[in-house]
Design a protein. Structure first.
Length: 89
């Protein structure tokens, strides 16, 4: 004989009692703590197609960071003394 698979929304399993939870039952009680302690990022589907693995995403982002750092170094280094005959912009 099959057990009924329909369980009321607010019903606990028979082995649990409400008295086992003195603070009450609170939905989403740990949500904020989870947000602070994880670094999960959800990619748009079109991005996930191009970067299907964690490693692919990390490699792409590391390359972008490297390029940005190089561009920043060039910008800072552009304050070198001008050669004679060069006009100031």
């Amino acid at each position: 004989m099959k057990k009924s698979s329909r369980i009321a929304k607010d019903e606990l399993r028979p082995e649990y009692k409400r008295s086992d939870f003195p603070g009450g039952l609170v939905r989403g009680k740990y949500t904020e703590r989870l947000r602070k302690s994880t670094n999960i990022v959800v990619l748009k589907p079109e991005v996930a197609e191009v970067f299907p693995t964690e490693e692919a995403v990390n490699n792409a982002l590391l390359s972008l960071i490297e390029l940005a750092q190089k561009a920043t170094r060039r910008t800072k280094g552009s304050s070198q003394p001008r050669k004679s005959g060069q006009a100031e912009l």
